[in-house]
Design a protein around this ligand. Structure first.
Ligand SMILES: Cc1cc2nc3c(=O)[nH]c(=O)nc-3n(C[C@H](O)[C@H](O)[C@H](O)COP(=O)(O)O)c2cc1C
Length: 180
């Protein structure tokens, strides 16, 4: 699949099959993360690849424990009792906090989503995982990912086979300012 088709076809999946992805696909995804650029080529992102269902469950549960009523309601409406929508493979991106760390992670996140699309896999970027790794959460799970003291959660990405998928979002031309 060419890149433009993958960009066009990608949409967030919130209903994954529990079937694990193939090892060769996981290798391709890991390579896609490592091929992504980082500012000044520091390569200071940590790419935590998680297929341990107990660890995925514990991260999700910690987020549900701290979730406000509005977010809980949204999850109920999505019929979701897991913040990763039962995806079998999760990438958690973390980094020492720098002015570029979130941007670096955002680039890797989109690389993962597009690489997934091209492999016939579905993905969803999961910002909601943040409370499970927050500094001000005394029960945070940083140690479960061997995260260093100065390492901060940036973003998570859930990947697997889609049970069902929504359509890509509508494009909004109002976002564009043109100067020709
Ligand atoms: C930074 C970021 C964080 C997100 N966090 C979540 C999340 O925690 N849970 C979720 O279901 N979707 C999350 N999403 C997915 C967005 O809701 C989704 O991209 C948006 O609704 C547009 O839909 P589309 O991805 O299908 O085009 C996140 C997306 C981004 C870019």
């Amino acid at each position: 699949m060419d890149v433009l088709s993958a960009i066009k076809k990608r949409s967030s999946c919130r209903d994954f099959k529990r079937t694990q992805i193939k090892n060769e696909d996981l290798d391709s995804l890991v390579n896609a993360t490592l091929a992504s650029p980082t500012a000044i080529n520091l390569q200071d992102l940590k790419i935590n690849v998680i297929q341990d269902i107990n660890l995925i469950h514990d991260i999700s549960q910690e987020c549900f424990r701290l979730m406000d009523a509005k977010a809980k309601k949204r999850m109920q409406e999505r019929n979701a009792d897991n913040i990763f929508y039962n995806a079998p493979t999760i990438f958690v991106l973390s980094s020492p906090k720098t002015i570029y760390s979130d941007l670096n992670a955002g680039i890797v996140a989109q690389s993962l989503c597009l690489a997934s699309e091209s492999l016939g896999l579905a993905s969803c970027i999961i910002g909601m995982a943040a409370p499970a790794f927050a500094e001000n959460n005394p029960n945070n799970l940083k140690n479960r990912l061997d995260m260093e003291e100065d390492e901060r959660f940036c973003i998570a990405i859930a990947i697997g086979y889609a049970n069902s998928k929504k359509l890509p979002h509508e494009l909004n031309r109002n976002q564009i300012r043109e100067f020709y």
